[in-house]
Design a binder for this molecule. Structure first.
Ligand SMILES: [Zn+2]
Length: 155
């Protein structure tokens, strides 16, 4: 079994692959990839995705965003637009982690990946994916030096 410190080192290294964004965003993306490697994220087909987004938004008390699907071109797999309350997904399948990442932009009102976004993302993962995913995400974020609220505060 790989220890958490190894995953933290992997995430720090992988952050170097995201050169076109700020360091905080690069670390955040790299941490999500490590969570995917360690725990997997459930993959959703288009119809499953629509149902999942509706269920999460209903629980969180926000309107469901306008969703569009585009062909996958570069490395971007999804993006949210806070002003238009919309999410664009790229490629034929999407995983739960990236859906919750985009919804966290909408519910936090943060377009970047600062602490407000990260706290919200961990909270949504804990509530709508699993405690295991959220705890691991939280630990690796802390491990790479991304500030995040105490675990107890994120439920
Ligand atoms: Zn984002």
């Amino acid at each position: 079994m790989t220890s958490i410190s190894q995953f933290i080192e992997d995430a720090k290294l992988a952050a170097g692959n995201y050169q076109r964004c700020d360091h905080e965003s690069a670390l955040c993306y790299a941490v999500e990839r490590v969570v995917e490697t360690a725990h997997g994220w459930k993959r959703l087909s288009k119809p499953e995705l629509a149902l999942f987004v509706d269920a999460v938004c209903d629980t969180e008390g926000i309107d469901s965003p306008e969703i569009s699907h585009l062909r996958r071109t570069g490395s971007v797999i999804a993006s949210a637009d806070i002003e238009y309350h919309s999410i664009e997904f790229r490629g034929s399948t999407v995983n739960v982690g990236s859906v919750l990442h985009e919804i966290a932009h909408l519910t936090s009102g943060a377009s970047g990946h600062g602490i407000v976004f990260r706290n919200e993302f961990v909270r949504l993962v804990r509530r709508h994916s699993s405690v295991e995913h959220a705890a691991f995400l939280h630990a690796v974020m802390q491990g790479v030096g991304l500030e995040v609220a105490p675990w107890q505060a994120l439920s």
